[in-house]
Write a protein that binds this ligand. Structure first.
Ligand code: NAD
Length: 295
């Protein structure tokens, strides 16, 4: 069993840290939000007064933070003082270049580093059923695997440092673009006199089939479990989709790749989040597309 410092006990981190405790690990958490640490204490997660305090005597440092800047700041503080040979495991969704820079900081100081962003949202974080997309050297990934197993149900090693983040943003770029495509098809279909159900019945089993249509269908009715049936509550927030599309665009620019549809999807989600707010499921963009509210 490991002694773990868990930094970032927010919507995702709390459930993940709780699952580590339930699997017998000793977890000391830190979060600048007192509400987050109070809630964590109720789940058997020790409270620290600072990042450094949480990491004292820990062999594993897990981060679940909002952005690459947060991760790099924490690494800058901890890498020099952590026990030599510590495992740094970052599960946040951040820029590929930041992920590689953070891993390099840790490796240069004699530690191990793995990036392991997740797919699955808060329900999967609480239930221990996250999918982890993992980047890092094989021996470091092996060392991380029992911890990832405690927090997730699917662990995929995608390559070396940054590969987990790369897969995550490429996948979510597909998802953002395909949700817009599906939404435009429902908008056009309705103007052509189709019911949503008729379009769904054909496209869900024909060449238009995709997750945005068959699992997260943006219109109410055809898929009763999709967020559209509960006014887009829960699910994957539009602001997080926008964040991931922006990360994909940053990586595309850094690497000289022209992702025309990814760029356009980013622009459309920027407008949508400005109009609708950050919180509803990203499939709610269909409401703005149907209303002709996006330029
Ligand atoms: P969140 O805002 O709920 O939690 C982040 C937490 O980090 C906050 O509680 C904040 O106080 C804390 N924090 C900030 N600076 C810190 C520091 N220096 N040390 C320790 N804690 C610090 O965000 P979240 O929804 O839990 O998301 C976390 C990460 O997971 C993000 O990178 C996000 O993109 C990714 N993600 C989220 C979801 C989701 O459905 N929420 C799904 C997949 C991936």
């Amino acid at each position: 069993m490991s002694k773990i410092a868990f930094l970032g006990l927010g919507n995702m981190g709390l459930g993940m840290a709780t699952n580590l405790v339930q699997n017998g690990h000793t977890v000391t958490g830190f979060d600048p939000s007192p509400a987050a640490t109070e809630k964590a204490a109720l789940h058997g997660i020790g409270s620290a007064t600072s990042v450094a305090d949480a990491a004292a005597a820990a062999a594993v440092i897990i981060t679940m933070l909002p952005s690459g800047k947060h991760v790099l700041d924490v690494y800058a503080d901890l890498v020099p003082v952590a026990t030599p040979g510590s495992l740094f495991l970052d599960c946040s969704t951040i820029d590929v270049a930041d992920a590689r820079a953070a891993a390099q900081l840790a490796v240069d100081a004699g530690h191990r580093a793995v990036d392991a962003p997740v797919s699955g949202g808060t329900v999967a974080a609480d239930g221990g059923t996250l999918t982890f997309m993992v980047g890092g050297p094989a021996d470091a990934v092996d060392q991380a695997s029992s911890l990832l197993d405690a927090m997730g149900s699917r662990i995929v090693r995608c390559g070396d440092s940054g590969a987990g983040q790369a897969v995550k943003i490429c996948n979510n770029m597909i998802l953002g673009i395909s949700m817009i495509a599906v939404s435009e098809a429902f908008a056009l279909g309705a103007k052509l006199g189709l019911t949503d159900q008729a379009l769904f019945d054909v496209s869900s089993t024909a060449s238009g089939q995709c997750w945005a249509l068959t699992t997260n269908c943006p219109v109410p009715g055809p898929v009763p479990t999709s967020p559209a049936n509960r006014d887009y509550a829960g699910g994957f927030a539009s602001a997080l989709m926008l964040k991931d599309l922006r990360l994909a665009q940053a990586a595309a620019t850094d690497n000289g790749v022209d992702t025309t549809l990814g760029r356009r999807a980013t622009e459309l989600y920027e407008q949508f989040v400005a109009q609708d707010g950050p919180g509803r499921d990203f499939s709610a963009i269909v409401t703005a597309i149907r209303a002709g509210a996006l330029d």
